[in-house]
Ligand binder design. Structure first.
Ligand code: SAM
Length: 295
């Protein structure tokens, strides 16, 4: 896949704009970033990672790719597209932060292509190199290895940041967004995968999300919150394994819980997703970032 250059790229080291050169991106201070043959650029500085290979590993990436390609989360992609489409105009910049193997950005790209002549700039980045390598096989977008902690995009240049099931770092998102920019946070609701959670945990806990308070404190205004609930088709044993492997439950479940999950077949799960549409506001109450991350 050919690398798709975007004018909003900036050097992760000194924040200067990055220009396209032969086989690389260059900043005026002489920092050079090679374009990988697969069609992405690694803009992850040594200071932006906490381990040698941060983010999701190859196995998780493959599991997520295969599970999502089977269409089990298609209603989620459709709901996301309905939210994002009105925000897209010609030359707008839409960024999927922590895009994984690129399923949702590809679904959005297809929808935009089908509905007319708009040509937004689509940027997907993830801290995981395996995820971005997989994403380059999907669609034409600007694919980057990069971290939410140091987003290599020019300040105030982005129309919409998407963060799906990710590790949002709100002050970074705010800094790259234009004054009127939108942030769409997508996360699991209380009933998400409840049937699977009942199998893998001795007791199911309902965590109270503090995200809305955090986003407001970090300088965002809530525009709209919506939820989506549906049941998947019956999942095969392999698909249950893929689903478990693409979520943090893979690390949290007990050995016994995982053994029980391995026996599940023809198993339906509830998908419960919360979509929060937020607008960048002029006011920051405190300099808050959320969750932390696995980088
Ligand atoms: C649960 S997956 C979700 C992937 C994708 N958004 C989706 O919904 O299919 C979380 C992703 O966040 C990535 N990630 C973790 N820490 C990150 C960071 N600091 N910056 C960017 N991506 C990060 C992981 O590598 C992983 O691909």
């Amino acid at each position: 896949m050919k690398f798709v250059y975007s004018e909003v790229l900036r050097c992760p080291l000194d924040h200067h704009p990055l220009k396209l050169d032969i086989g690389c991106l260059r900043c005026p201070d002489g920092h050079v970033f090679d374009i990988a043959s697969q069609g992405y650029v690694n803009l992850l500085g040594a200071a932006d990672k906490r381990s040698r290979n941060p983010g999701d590993g190859k196995e998780m990436v493959t599991a997520r790719r295969d599970f999502l390609n089977a269409g089990h989360y298609q209603p989620a992609a459709d709901a996301l597209n309905r939210l994002v489409e009105p925000l897209v105009s010609n030359n707008s910049v839409i960024v999927d932060a922590g895009c994984g193997e690129g399923y949702y950005l590809q679904q959005l790209a297809k929808k935009i292509a089908a509905s007319g002549v708009l040509k937004p700039s689509l940027v997907g980045f993830d801290i995981s190199k395996s995820a971005i390598r997989a994403a380059t096989r999907r669609s034409n977008a600007t694919w980057l290895v990069a971290s939410n902690r140091n987003i290599p995009l020019v300040a105030n240049s982005v129309d919409c940041v998407l963060s799906l099931f990710g590790f949002p770092i709100l002050n970074s998102f705010r800094s790259v967004l234009k004054a009127s920019g939108s942030l769409i946070l997508v996360d699991a609701g209380p009933q998400h995968l409840i049937e699977l959670r009942k199998v893998i945990y001795p007791q199911v806990h309902h965590s109270d999300s503090k995200m809305l308070q955090q986003v407001c404190a970090a300088g965002f205004l809530p525009e709209k919150t919506s939820t989506l609930q549906f049941q998947t088709d019956p999942l095969s044993q392999l698909e249950v394994h893929q689903l478990l492997s693409m979520t943090p439950h893979l690390f949290r479940a007990t050995k016994e819980g995982k053994a029980r999950a391995a026996l599940l077949d023809n198993f339906r799960v509830t998908v419960d997703i919360v979509f929060q549409h937020l607008k960048k506001s002029g006011k920051i109450e405190s300099f808050s970032s959320s969750n932390g991350d696995v980088g």
